[in-house]
Design a protein around this ligand. Structure first.
Ligand SMILES: [Mg+2]
Length: 209
């Protein structure tokens, strides 16, 4: 496949921590800076009638079609991890190799942003998880989206250990610089754990270069 100049793999400490939100804002920020950005969601599962899907949000941010972001046959309308949803819906089992092979980027893409599903060890296919997909894609950088508040250090350290093969930046979502706990968490992760930590999209856009 034509590989983007920089392949940015976005995962999170868990589901609902804001992976899509961060990916959308990063894509928009990079585009404002003049970069050509494509976003990909290898598979998505969701409950019907809950608003736009991740693929639709990413497509809006990158001026693509939602079916380019996530091929229609990888949309699972059931709020379960994709391999479980596939099974429950009677659809064909999916593999990490299938998902990796389906990723296509337009020639000349500066940044390809790939959003995983759930957390690093959430099932993504019948035979693997987000860490396995990252191993197949060999990203230039992994963005680990995390909450900024209580509990985030444990979640970040466990996730970062699973992702240690690749350069990693921790993006603290919903970070409030005026919140003492958020500021202390940021310092702990950077100074004690030695992680690269950002707290806003501008810093993140600088870091993925
Ligand atoms: Mg998402």
């Amino acid at each position: 496949m034509p590989r983007p100049d920089t392949l940015v793999f976005v995962t999170g400490t868990s589901t609902e921590v804001g992976k899509t939100w961060v990916a959308v804002r990063l894509a928009a920020r990079l585009r404002v800076r003049g970069a050509r950005v494509a976003a990909r969601k290898p598979a998505q599962s969701f409950a019907a009638g809950q608003g736009p899907t991740d693929a639709e949000l990413l497509a809006a941010a990158t001026d693509e079609n939602a079916e380019e972001v996530c091929p229609r046959h990888r949309w699972y309308v059931l709020a379960m991890a994709p391999p479980m949803a596939a099974e429950a819906l009677g659809r064909e089992a999916l593999t990490i190799a299938d998902l990796a092979a389906e990723l296509r980027f337009p020639a000349g893409t500066d940044y390809g942003i790939v959003e995983g599903v759930g957390g690093p060890r959430s099932p993504l296919a019948a035979d693997g998880d987000t860490v396995d997909l990252a191993a197949a894609l060999r990203p230039d950088i992994v963005v680990l989206v995390a909450d900024a508040g209580l509990g985030t250090i444990n979640a970040v350290l466990l996730s970062a250990a699973a992702l240690r093969e690749w350069p990693l930046v921790v993006a603290l979502n919903r970070f409030d610089p005026g919140d003492d706990l958020h500021a202390a968490n940021r310092r702990w992760l950077a100074d004690r754990a030695g992680l690269s930590v950002v707290a806003d999209v501008e810093e993140l856009a600088d870091r993925v270069r």
